[in-house]
Design a protein around this ligand. Structure first.
Ligand SMILES: C[S@@+](CC[C@H](N)C(=O)[O-])C[C@H]1O[C@@H](n2cnc3c(N)ncnc32)[C@H](O)[C@@H]1O
Length: 289
């Protein structure tokens, strides 16, 4: 305890104000602590520490009480932290996928190994949800599909290919990711998958019925708007865009697609899961320019 002079000039014993941390304060403190711990690691390759920290981050984002979310997202510190947190998550996801791509192609039974991927069930659920919204948006069979940002572990492309019975064109700007993705596809029995190294903004997309945009393509609102503008110019009129997005605290892991960035598209539907599927799905029809 210390003696202080208060604003009325009276001297007394300092009493800290009786402030109880709100739910939002607790979530904010946990997010900042998890960010600090992840940011001090020498690398984000999967292992007990990295997996535990990302696991806690994902659980926090999925389970934080709904009434705390607006205050958390409005907090200046969190607004400043969000792009850095998303960048860490993108790096971590890339490392996780690369490591599993190696495991899968080296396994005696690559399909069994693929099914052990820690987020296998989440992607399976997300893919089913996406197939449902696609079926509602397009009334003829999908004959051609491009997946932009397929990554080192093209799990979503594999699900879509299996369910729609077509060969997916996988596009990614990163040659290491593409090469790993091609090895996984061959190992699990999809030799007809095609892989193209290209930036989303430069992709020629007029030959596709459906274009899927991975959540991590366009890591800021401005970058997402730019990519979506280029897609609108490249896709043929009537083709369907399925863009992965995020809502609420999940936007701390993945960038959201803002409906106002969909110039050149007609927005058809948006689905925001409330279970442990992290990504939202935004479906829009290209209008042609
Ligand atoms: C790690 S994967 C994961 C995909 C993830 N499951 C999702 O839905 O976002 C994301 C991939 O997007 C690729 N990527 C990011 N920005 C891109 C861009 N502008 N053009 C093409 N690929 C891009 C990265 O190289 C990376 O391989």
């Amino acid at each position: 305890m210390s003696l202080t002079t208060n604003i009325f000039g009276q001297t007394g014993t300092a009493q800290p104000p009786a402030v109880t941390p709100t739910l939002a304060d607790e979530v904010i403190a946990s997010l900042q602590e998890l960010y600090r711990e992840l940011d001090t690691l020498p690398d984000l390759r999967p292992g007990p520490v990295v997996d535990d920290l990302f696991g806690r981050l994902v659980r926090l984002v999925l389970t934080a009480p709904g009434q705390a979310v607006p205050a958390v997202l409005d907090d200046l510190g969190i607004r400043e932290l969000a792009p850095r947190l998303r960048a860490l998550c993108a790096r971590g996801e890339g490392e996780l996928e690369l490591s599993w791509a190696d495991r899968i192609q080296a396994a005696d039974n690559p399909r069994q190994e693929l099914a052990r991927f820690p987020y296998f069930d989440n992607y399976r659920q997300l893919s089913r949800l996406e197939l449902g919204v696609l079926a509602a948006a397009i009334d003829r069979p999908v004959r051609s599909l491009a997946f932009i940002g397929s990554g080192p572990l093209p799990l979503s492309s594999l699900f879509l290919a299996g369910d729609l019975d077509l060969a997916v064109d996988n596009l990614d700007r990163d040659d290491v990711a593409l090469e790993a993705g091609a090895r996984v596809a061959a190992a699990v029995g999809y030799p007809d998958f095609r892989f193209h190294q290209v930036d989303a903004a430069d992709a020629e997309l007029s030959g596709y019925d459906v274009v899927v945009l991975a959540a991590l393509v366009g890591d800021t609102a401005e970058a997402k708007r730019h990519v979506l503008g280029r897609l609108a110019a490249s896709m043929r009129p009537g083709a369907i865009l399925l863009a992965r997005s995020a809502r609420g605290l999940r936007t701390l892991l993945y960038p959201p697609v803002d409906a106002s960035a969909l110039h050149g598209f007609e927005l058809l539907t948006q689905v925001h899961p409330v279970n442990d599927v992290i990504n939202s799905a935004v479906v829009a029809r290209a209008l042609g320019r």
